[in-house]
Design a protein around this ligand. Structure first.
Ligand SMILES: [Zn+2]
Length: 257
């Protein structure tokens, strides 16, 4: 029953995340007005705006104009639903951290899609994650000790995230003579570091690089992109961050295999 509640909560949140993904990079208000069809601009009634279910009932078509509804909408809702169920499974016993980790997961989902579309990571999200991490250090199961030590671990993680990607960006620019890493990625890593600590930073970078490289190779093999085409790094760092939010993978896991 609790899991059904978590799923429902995630789906409803996912519906709102779709709004954020569409409006944040366009600098539109996320609170007002209500959802509109991107084809005909008609306001979408609440009964046609039920997560996933409306998409199926409407057979992926706008009721007013018959224009297509992107598969991405139910996908984002399902991702948020899945994140809510998994995080509830892992952190349901500590409600504050469940809320914090779910909020962080929502931010990661939004920035991943925005980064895929526009190759940018909105400051609202990356700096939001940073603030979230620095403010929630007392509830963070990744940190231990007294409050000063825990706060230090959060700040230390943020610094580790910032400087590790900053160094990669600097070195990359010298070698390739062009921007290899965006400022958005650096701020994102600082935010994830504040939530995950320095071990989480290391693990997120390892996982993110692996996923990103696998995706890049797949694109080149399938001839969908050339070697010099830019690939957004945010979604892969985000995926690494999500895995660590569920369960922190310590340094030893990478060294000992
Ligand atoms: Zn329409």
């Amino acid at each position: 029953m609790e899991y059904a509640f978590a799923l429902g909560l995630g789906l409803i949140i996912g519906s709102f995340l779709n709004v954020c993904i569409h409006r944040l990079p366009r600098e539109e208000s996320i609170a007002w007005p209500g959802s509109k069809c991107p084809n005909c601009g008609v306001h979408i009634k609440w009964r046609d705006n039920v997560p996933v279910i409306s998409f199926i009932l409407l057979r992926a078509k706008c009721r007013a104009c018959g224009g297509p509804i992107a598969w991405r909408y139910p996908l984002v809702e399902c991702l948020a639903g899945l994140a809510a169920v998994l995080l509830f499974h892992k952190h349901g016993g500590t409600p504050v951290w469940f809320a914090v980790s779910l909020l962080a997961a929502c931010g990661i989902i939004v920035l991943s899609f925005v980064d895929m579309d526009f190759m940018i990571i909105p400051d609202e999200i990356s700096l939001g994650l940073l603030a979230l991490g620095l403010l929630s250090f007392r509830a963070n199961p990744n940190f231990s000790g007294g409050w000063l030590r825990e706060l230090g671990q959060s700040f230390g993680g943020a610094a580790a995230g910032f400087f590790s990607l900053w160094a990669v960006a600097e070195i990359g620019e010298r070698i390739f003579k062009k921007e290899a890493m965006g400022g958005g990625d650096i701020k994102l890593m600082a935010g994830l570091g504040a939530l995950l600590g320095w071990q989480g930073v290391f693990s997120t970078l390892m996982l993110g690089s692996f996923f990103g490289a696998a995706y890049g190779v797949a694109l080149i093999i399938s001839k969908k992109a050339g070697k010099s085409d830019p690939i957004p790094f945010g979604p892969f760092l985000g995926l690494g961050g999500l895995i660590n939010l569920y369960r922190l993978i310590p340094l030893s896991a990478f060294i000992l295999g």
